[in-house]
Each structure stands twice: as C-alpha cells, then as structure tokens.
Write a protein that binds this ligand. Structure first.
Ligand code: PHE
Length: 499
C-alpha cells in the first residue's frame, strides 16, 4: 500500500503545489493518518517535500460529560428525582442518585433556583420550586458532541470546562509543500557505483544515496561468554599473577581412592553415601591393581592403624570400596593426584590451582544444583604455618575484591586445622561464607611420600557463588543448567572482578 500512498501524494503536490492539511488529505483519500505520516517522514528525510506542523484544538465531551449526555445533567437528575408536589428528605434524595450526582446536582439546582431546601425539625427536606426546567447543560453537551462547540456561548463553554464536562483536545497535522529534491515520481537512489554506470557514463545522471556516517552498524553475530567462564578467567588471572600453576582437571570420573581414600576420608564417612555421591555403574570400578601397590598399602595401613602420631580409624579398609567409580565430588581429588605425583620425582615447593566441575547428588533448589564448579588452591612447602594460610587467603581474596575476612574453625576429614572463610559483603551488609580451607593432615601427605617437614595448605570455593553475587543472579537455575535463558548469556555485562 505504501508506494501508492506515496505516489498519490507526490502527484497531488505536483498538481497543486501544496497540501494544506494532511488530516483533511487523509480523510479525503481514505488513508489512515498515522500511515500517511510515515510516508511524509520518509519524503521529508530525502528532501522531496517540506512539512510544517499544524496544531489543532477542539473541545470534546469528557467521559463524565458523556454520562450526563445520556442521563441528563446532575441538576436535572435531582429535579427529576423530586415529586411535583411535596418534599423529600435531603439524605434520601442524595442516596437515590449514583456517585456524586446527588451532591453536585443539588448544589447546581439550588443555584438555578429549581429546588428549595426546607428546614424541618426532623431534618432538611427538598422540594421543587420551578414548575418545569430546561436542561441547558445536556443540550450544550449534545452540541459539542455533534462537533458544534464553536457555536456555544463563551460563558457556557467556560462553565462546562470548569465542571470538567468539556476539555480541549489537541492533535497535529502537517502542511506539505515541494522540497528542494521534489519529483513527481520517486527515483530510487543508487547505493553502488557499478562497472556498467562507468562504461555507459550514466553515473553522471544517476542520483546517489548520500552516505549516512551516523548509522550504527549491525552487531556481528558472534559467540558470547557465559558469566561462569568470565569469572573463571578472572580467577585464573589472580592465581597466575600469584605464581600458581594450573592442575589438569580433565577427569570427571574418579575412583573413590583419589576422591576419598587418598584424602584419609574413612570408608564409612557419610559423604561417601550414595545420597551425596553419584556412583557409576559402567564401568563400576577402577581396579586397585592400577594403583601404585606400595602407596595403596600405606593408605590402607594409615586408615587402619594410623602413623605419624595418629591412631588411624581402626577399621578393616576394603579395597573394593576404594575401587568404586564416581563423579568426583570435589576438586580436592585432583589435588590428591597432583600431590602424590609431586612426592614422586623429588619434592619441590609449589603452588597449584584448579577450576572445574564437580558433582553432588543434592536436592536442587535456588542455591543448589547437582553439579557446580569449584575453585581450589594448594600450596606445598617446607614449614608452612596457619599464618601462611591466612596470609595467602588474604591476598587472594583481596585481589578478588573481598578484603575483609574472618576465619572460623571447621572440620574436614583431610585437613587439620580447618577453617571456614567468611567475607564481609558491603552491598549485602553481612558476613557471607566464601570458602573452606585447611592444612592437609599428615595421614594424607606422608603415605604419598612427601617429606616430614613439608606442609600443604589448601582452600576451595564454588565458582557459582561469587558469580551470582557479581551478576546479581539470585537463583542458580538462572545461571547454570538446562533452564538458562540464552539471552542472559548474550546480554550480561563484562566481568569487573577486582584485581
Ligand atoms: N574440598 C572441600 C569442599 O569440597 C574444600 C577444601 C579444599 C577444603 C581444600 C580444604 C582444603 O568443600
């Protein structure tokens, strides 16, 4: 339809020079005015026509006025509600009429001297004074509704405006003329200079579309990084800047041995229960024969009867339990493999980190999923103390943008002492738990073959928690898992983790 509207308008302008009023033109040609305005704008933008705004005002009957147009003015309704002879108590009269009609109508009818108020001992009553009335308000509203408001006396209009029964309505139309680039027919402007134009020389006459240097380019379709990946990158940078090396984390499936036994976690420990751990059915086990036999024997010995000042757990350690395959429940399984490897080819002090996925058979809610990511740091050196642990954390969390820390004693089967780490969150106005930590026990380190004076400090935290805080996401299911809206990934801001 649009080209026809445009073509017809150009022909009209060419024939008559001007279109005085786009509103009249629209109703005359049966075109929707809003549609016509779109055509006008596009013609003005290319300088084919000119336009001037024409502002119109007319009086229209308000919603309240429309009600009286049908029912009569409030004063007429009051008059009509009274009997020809006799009086009605004022309260009863008002209650018979809807809304404010009784109040407004009574006042107006008194002013018009259509009714009188009688002071009786039992209370005020109202009776008719005029024999008959003429509802001039209703007839004035009818005139206005019929579009003849101009014919009404100024005084009448002023009174009806004051009573909010008439109100001015304004709208805009356009006066149109020919522009500097007017043409009876729109010529499509060329956007490209072609070889043909040059060969034929037509480029001299062809109108070219001017460049629009202010136009925004299209956003190139591209990949977007998930918030977890951005925060992971930030964590990685912090670790690397502090001299940590990344551990290989590419095995979601672990044997119970590395996930639990190597960590001196007893075989009856509740965390091993199938309620917390996803055990594999195929392949269900990693044969103990694939593990270094001497290390396996030392782990068994330590669980059963201790060593290095420990009494052990005093139970019969089962190889079959250690062989069970599972989805790793923490990245400390990765750390135990690395520390064992470190103890083999001669010890050197080192700092390791890992950031990867772990799995727990948990009930899913706003803050828990059955899989999430852990960030883990491990430092091994001679003579480390709890002071080193606190010092390293303080630096790590400071670089993360969490400078105010508190430590609380905690328990892990593989660390002693153990501490939960809390950070004061200014925006939340409270202490929040940000991590768990400790010094690995001799029962874990010595069977691996690490020298007696070597201590290992470690800590772990989830990647999801700081990400949710940074991105203002309060339901973990909006961040991770199959219910995530892809638009969240596209529109979330660049991470600004303090460093
Ligand atoms: N593995 C612990 C957890 O899953 C975190 C931790 C890592 C604690 C290292 C102490 C030392 O919560």
């Amino acid at each position: 339809m649009a080209p026809d509207v445009e073509a017809a308008l150009l022909v009209r302008l060419d024939d008559q020079g001007v279109v005085e009023d786009s509103g009249d033109y629209a109703s005359e040609t049966g075109v929707d005015h809003a549609r016509l305005v779109e055509v006008i704008k596009s013609l003005v933008a290319t300088d084919m026509i000119t336009s001037e705004v024409v502002t119109h005002t007319k009086l229209v009957v308000t919603e309240e006025g429309k009600g009286y147009l049908a029912q009569g003015s409030p004063e007429a309704q009051v008059f009509n509600a009274l009997p020809a002879e006799g009086a009605v108590p004022l309260a009863e009269l008002k209650s018979k009429l809807p809304g404010t009609v009784g109040d407004v109508g009574f006042k107006q009818a008194m002013q018009q001297k259509w009714v009188v108020l009688n002071k009786e001992a039992s209370g005020p009553t109202v009776s008719r004074k005029a024999a008959s009335i003429e509802d001039s308000v209703q007839s004035a509203l009818a005139e206005a509704e019929a579009g003849r408001a101009e014919g009404l006396a100024e005084k009448v209009v002023a009174a009806l405006k004051k009573r909010k029964l008439l109100a001015p309505e304004t709208w805009k139309t356009f006066r149109l003329g020919k522009g500097p680039r007017f043409a009876r027919e729109r010529v499509k402007e060329a956007t490209d200079l072609t070889a043909e134009m040059i060969a034929k020389g037509t480029w001299r006459e062809v109108p070219f579309k001017p460049y629009n240097f202010a136009a925004l380019g299209l956003t190139p379709p591209s990949g977007h990084l998930h918030p977890l990946l951005k925060v992971r990158t930030a964590f990685r940078k912090i670790f690397l800047s502090m001299g940590f090396e990344e551990m290989p984390t590419n095995n979601y499936v672990e044997s119970s041995f590395w996930n639990f036994d190597a960590l001196f976690q007893p075989q009856q420990h509740p965390a091993r229960d199938a309620h917390d751990t996803f055990f594999l059915t195929r392949p269900a086990t990693t044969p103990a024969s694939s593990l270094p036999p001497d290390y396996l024997a030392r782990v068994r010995e330590t669980h059963q009867s201790g060593g290095w000042g420990s009494a052990g757990y005093g139970y019969a350690w089962q190889e079959a339990e250690a062989e069970k395959n599972l989805l790793r429940t923490h990245t400390t399984a990765v750390s135990s493999r690395m520390l064992y490897r470190l103890a083999q080819g001669g010890f050197r002090p080192c700092k390791y980190f890992s950031i990867d996925r772990v799995f727990r058979n948990e009930a899913i809610d706003r803050t828990h999923l059955a899989e999430f990511h852990q960030v883990e740091g491990v430092v091994a050196a001679e003579g480390l103390t709890l002071g080193d642990l606190i010092g390293i954390f303080t630096e790590f969390f400071r670089r993360l943008g969490l400078p105010t820390l508190r430590f609380k004693p905690a328990y892990n089967p593989y660390t002693e002492p153990s501490m939960e780490i809390f950070s004061y969150s200014e925006p939340l106005g409270k202490w929040i738990e940000v991590g768990n930590s400790g010094m690995f026990r001799p029962e874990m380190l010595r069977p691996m073959g690490l020298p007696e004076n070597v201590n290992v400090i470690a800590w772990g935290l989830s990647l999801e928690r700081p990400t949710m805080i940074l991105y203002g996401i309060d339901n973990i299911r909006d961040l991770f898992g199959h219910k995530v809206a892809l638009s969240m990934v596209k529109s979330n801001p660049i991470c600004r983790l303090g460093m």
